[in-house]
Design a protein around this ligand. Structure first.
Ligand code: PLP
Length: 338
């Protein structure tokens, strides 16, 4: 049988995620698997938590990478904090806002949506009006809406919610590692991300952080968290001082994230963000030179995700297929020439 893994090298990744993984991270993934309670591994876990706190700009004790992709982070955020009948507000301007609404609704939350046109950011004034009408337990928004390439004003929304009762939840799956995220300064109570987008690591982990306020709400629940695997009271016992086995940590994935975070911190987050911004500007300039238009107005564009409008009369799927095939073929041809 032909080993299909041999030709993977040829394929170029240009989507939002998985994104390209640096060789250092592949090296990390291939290191020897340790036991999940090995003292050496426990040290690695402690450093991982410290690096996540730095990249999220938080002092939160409960800051850890959950087993599972970004959606596990989303599910964990809601399942730990939403109980039957809790009033929840989701700010929606794309696919991932809709997914949050689905997740919160399945838990029996009384979910209100505030929708904005896809391709435009959330309007802070409209959020202000909603919160004056009703006392929400939780308010959620996506920082980088991957489906449209829009950046939402999460710092401004945080200022609006400051001092209120509501828990402020922000999805940073696409943004963390490529855009500034200041969890504490922006009054964010719950934040989650994923490894395969701007952290340049394979998919499989969901960095997550809960503020003291979110932890207090979790501890004051009337009912048990209805999901055993994502119950943060149990997971915190493994990642905290007690080191109580909950589930076997995906040890090598955690090595990968460790190395990916180290690379960002060594380069310096400011420099990394600048690199994303400059690459984005160069790409947009080139695209506009070809006569192509961007979906999102300039001030709200994400640096790491570029939504390009396909001209009238051109079939979008055919364009993507062509790009994928061209990248595959060209690399192969180059190698033959070499
Ligand atoms: C990709 C993504 C998710 C889901 O993450 P998975 O790793 O695919 O589970 C959630 N939110 C946003 C904004 C995303 O871009």
């Amino acid at each position: 049988m032909k080993n299909l893994l041999r030709d993977i090298e040829e394929i170029l990744l240009l989507g939002p995620g998985p994104s390209c993984v640096p060789p250092e991270v592949y090296w990390a993934l291939s290191q020897k698997t340790l036991g999940h309670l090995d003292p050496y591994f426990l040290e690695i876990m402690d450093d991982l938590k410290a690096m996540l706190r730095r990249i999220m700009n938080t002092a939160n004790d409960l800051t850890l990478p959950l087993s599972g992709t970004g959606s596990a982070g989303m599910e964990a955020a809601f399942v730990n904090l939403v109980e039957q009948g809790d009033p929840v507000l989701i700010l929606i301007n794309g696919v991932f806002g809709l997914r949050m609404q689905d997740v919160a609704g399945r838990l029996g939350g009384q979910v209100d949506m505030l929708e904005f046109p896809w391709g435009s950011p959330v309007q802070v004034e409209a959020v202000g009006k909603m919160i004056r009408k009703k006392a929400y337990r939780l308010i959620a928004v996506v920082q980088a809406e991957t489906s449209t390439g829009v950046q939402n004003p999460v710092a401004e929304i945080g200022r609006l919610l400051k001092g209120g009762e509501a828990i402020y939840l922000v999805d940073t799956v696409t943004s963390l590692g490529g855009l500034e995220v200041c969890m504490d300064d922006w009054n964010i109570d719950v934040l989650y991300s994923g490894t395969q987008k701007c952290l340049s690591c394979p998919p499989g982990l969901a960095p997550l952080s809960f503020s003291e306020k979110a932890m207090a709400k979790l501890k004051a629940r009337k009912t048990k968290v209805p999901n055993w695997y994502l119950d943060l009271t149990l997971i915190a016992n493994y990642w905290g001082q007690n080191r109580v086995y909950h589930h076997t940590a995906p040890v090598n994935m955690l090595y990968g994230l460790y190395q990916a975070l180290l690379l960002i911190l060594e380069e310096g987050p400011e420099k990394v963000f600048k690199r994303h911004r400059e690459n984005h500007q160069a790409l947009v300039k080139g695209l506009e030179g070809l006569g192509l238009k961007m979906l999102v107005d300039e001030p709200f564009r994400l640096p790491m995700l570029n939504a390009v409008c396909v001209p009238e009369g051109v079939e979008e799927l055919a364009v993507r297929r062509r790009l994928r095939e061209r990248s595959f073929g060209q690399k192969r041809k180059r190698r033959q020439v070499d």
